[in-house]
Design a protein around this ligand. Structure first.
Ligand code: DAH
Length: 344
């Protein structure tokens, strides 16, 4: 009897030595001996009946001692396996805090949005409010009310996408002027940024581009106010040393109309490739609001006068960021976009 107990003990020791590699295998091994129904020690208990009565007490004591001994062994084994598994996890999940961090890519605003925001900031600082019109307009707001009736030759200045005889994709944010003047009494000081559309496509033109309209209507607004405002604007966008010059031009909705040049911020006016040797770069159209336009909106043109300007946002962005093809602004090439981040 003692031999059997000793051999089971030996089996347990060998099993622990050889096959216990994890908590799971240790558990399986424990079952082989200590499972109450199928375990080898449990089986011994069942044999009690067949043991001679005089030996029964000694047998029972021996089996119990073996059971307690085995329970202790397996409890120790489980602890050991638990510690080993924890150690393995520590090793596997070890973090080297001295490793250089992987770079997290962050996005930035599109150059056109950056430019638009900068322009809004500059003019908001002078008290302008933003009015965003709609991209689909009717003929009246885009042309007629802006002193450009149906058969006016100035309509040829812009190749229009018509959606129907009445509706079109707005060709200019100037349409916003009319909506604002219809809704508000002077004094008026608004900016109207947004997309505009024209059938035009080359290195400096795209069928869809962005403009920002400015309109001021109040008593005694003159060309001097316009000049002062634009000087302030170019200094903020292109640098303190820049100034503007006004050249006579023609737009149906302004009288007089001017083409505005900025002194070349690349060469300081000496003449370079950017300004084509002239020292000046054309940046926008502007003027004193035509009396007809004020009257079309019910504003008394004897009492009030206005100034207006229309900035091409891509044009300013291309000049400022040194971009020579407008398509680069619409191709979403990250190599280009990553280089333009004024918000850094
Ligand atoms: N709407 C003109 C264009 O698209 C730009 C413009 C010129 C706007 C003169 C104005 C202005 O407000 O006064 O070409």
């Amino acid at each position: 009897m003692n031999d059997r107990l000793a051999s089971i003990k030996q089996e347990i020791l060998e099993g622990i030595e050889k096959s216990a590699t994890s908590r799971a295998t240790a558990f399986e091994l424990r079952k082989q001996f200590l499972d109450s129904k199928t375990g080898k020690i449990g089986q011994l208990m069942k044999e009690m009946k067949s043991i001679a009565p005089e030996e029964r007490a000694a047998f029972g004591k021996g089996v119990n001692e073996l059971k307690e001994w085995a329970q202790q062994r397996f409890a120790d084994l489980d602890e050991k396996m638990k510690a080993r598994e924890l150690q393995r996890r520590y090793e596997a999940e070890k973090i080297d805090v001295t490793m250089p961090a992987s770079k997290i890519e962050t996005g930035n605003l599109h150059p056109i949005t950056q430019m638009k925001n900068q322009l809004i900031d500059v003019f908001a600082g002078m008290g302008f409010e933003v009015f965003e019109g709609t991209e689909i307009e009717n003929d009246y707001y885009n042309f007629t009310a802006l002193n450009t009736p149906q058969d006016h030759p100035a309509r040829d200045m812009q190749d229009t996408f018509y959606l129907s005889p009445e509706f079109l994709l707005r060709t200019q944010t100037s349409a916003g002027q009319i909506h604002v003047m219809e809704e508000k009494k002077p004094p008026i000081k608004i900016l109207s940024p947004g997309k505009v559309f024209r059938s035009d496509d080359d290195a400096t033109h795209s069928p869809m581009f962005h403009q920002m309209e400015g309109l001021v209507v109040d008593k005694k607004i003159t060309l001097c106010d316009l000049k002062g405002l634009l000087d302030m604007f170019v200094k903020k966008i292109f640098g303190e040393g820049t100034t503007t010059r006004l050249r006579p031009s023609y737009f149906p909705f302004t009288e007089p109309s001017v083409e505005v040049d900025v002194s070349c911020f690349e060469c300081g006016g000496k003449g370079c490739k950017l300004c084509k040797g002239t020292g000046w770069i054309e940046i926008l159209g502007a003027g004193i609001v035509n009396k007809n336009v004020l009257e079309n909106c019910g504003i008394d043109s004897d009492e009030y006068s206005g100034l207006a300007f229309g900035i091409g946002i891509e044009r300013v962005a291309m000049l400022k960021y040194g971009i020579n093809n407008i398509k680069l602004l619409f191709e979403s090439d990250l190599r280009v976009l990553n280089q333009i981040d004024d918000n850094e």
